[in-house]
Design a protein around this ligand. Structure first.
Ligand SMILES: [Zn+2]
Length: 340
């Protein structure tokens, strides 16, 4: 008890006083969690005729793009105060052109139209923009050649991203979220949107997306693991904080409206760093599938109370500085906050 009393302005010698009762703890809690700041990932699939539970993400489902069940899910979330959604598409089949990513009747495009038809503009719809779930290579960019052999070709990929962005905006997306980590992707998409009259469609850039092992369960969801090589030539190196600062700075210069750090839990320092260096940009953090799985498995094996652990994780991400948390626990956290 000695050191702290000598700090100027910090005379409190018994921090436990404010921890003794739930009301006192709530009164002085720094991090809060409001359902409005949670974004729910949603998977729409051309391969199912009714909702089918996703094996690697228990509690989550593939929804047919045009289905009442999808609309019901969105409505249920809205009722809980969760207003924003991140749509991922799973095509009937992948091909060399990633054609279902920009087809007028692609899974994401159809899902947006059907949600808009029933619920108008109350839900905020963001769309993941990438090709790993649509292209036969499983990579986020088009295969090409570098001076040393096979690699992902940056600039031809941007052309494809432009088409996908315009197609998603045309279907009615509020926010386009490019996740492929190609250089210049935000600029390319911003230009394409503006050129086609979609100046009012926002961009949420997966700016600091790290080459992480925490994406494991998700790759199974969309069968999006690369067929050869890995993603380390375009995603950020987990050893580096500077990659995040450079990518965020570039994305903001190129016109990103919201920036993102992904994953969240092993990158809380990055969230804090980005928030401090770029305080004027809304910051999203993606609480990814592997983080979800850790919570679920610990709870299943009796090592933690599921809801308590879930909230600890979400509070940590908010405390680090995230404004928006993209999480598979969005609905359950909202239920808890609402006392359900
Ligand atoms: Zn991708």
């Amino acid at each position: 008890m000695t050191g702290i009393t000598s700090l100027p302005g910090y005379p409190v010698s018994r921090p436990r006083r404010l921890r003794l009762l739930p009301g006192l703890r709530d009164l002085v809690a720094e991090a809060g969690l409001e359902p409005r700041s949670l974004m729910l990932p949603v998977f729409v699939s051309e391969r199912v005729a009714k909702p089918v539970e996703i094996e690697s993400l228990p509690g989550h489902y593939y929804y047919p793009p045009r289905s009442q069940e999808l609309v019901k899910l969105i409505q249920e979330a809205l009722d809980l105060g969760v207003r924003s959604f991140l749509l991922f598409g799973y095509p009937r089949q992948k091909d060399e052109e990633a054609s279902r990513a920009h087809a007028r009747d692609g899974p994401v495009q159809e899902a947006i139209r059907s949600i808009r038809r029933e619920l108008g503009y109350e839900p905020v719809i963001a769309t993941d923009l990438c090709i790993c779930n649509y292209h036969s290579s499983g990579h986020c960019g088009l295969p090409g050649k570098c001076r040393f052999g096979d690699c992902i070709d940056n600039d031809s990929t941007l052309e494809l991203y432009r088409r996908i962005a315009v197609s998603q905006a045309e279907a009615g997306a509020d926010i386009i979220a490019p996740s492929g980590m190609m250089d210049g992707q935000v600029k390319a998409i911003r230009e394409a949107l503006d050129d086609n009259g979609y100046w009012d469609t926002a961009i949420m850039a997966y700016s600091a997306k790290y080459a992480s092992n925490f994406y494991g369960p998700f790759r199974e969801v969309l069968d999006s693991a690369p067929k050869w090589g890995d993603r380390r030539s375009y995603q950020a190196d987990p050893r580096n904080a500077r990659d995040a600062l450079v990518e965020v700075a570039l994305d903001l210069q190129e016109g990103a409206d919201i920036v993102m750090v992904k994953p969240a839990l092993a990158y809380l320092d990055i969230i804090r760093l980005v928030k401090e260096r770029f305080p004027y940009a809304p910051l999203a953090a993606y609480n990814v599938s592997g983080e979800y799985m850790m919570v679920e498995l610990m709870a299943r094996h009796g090592y933690a109370d599921r809801r308590s652990l879930m909230m600890e994780v979400l509070y940590a991400i908010k405390r680090a500085g995230a404004d928006i948390v993209i999480t598979y626990h969005a609905l359950e956290a909202a239920r808890l906050v609402k006392g359900q």
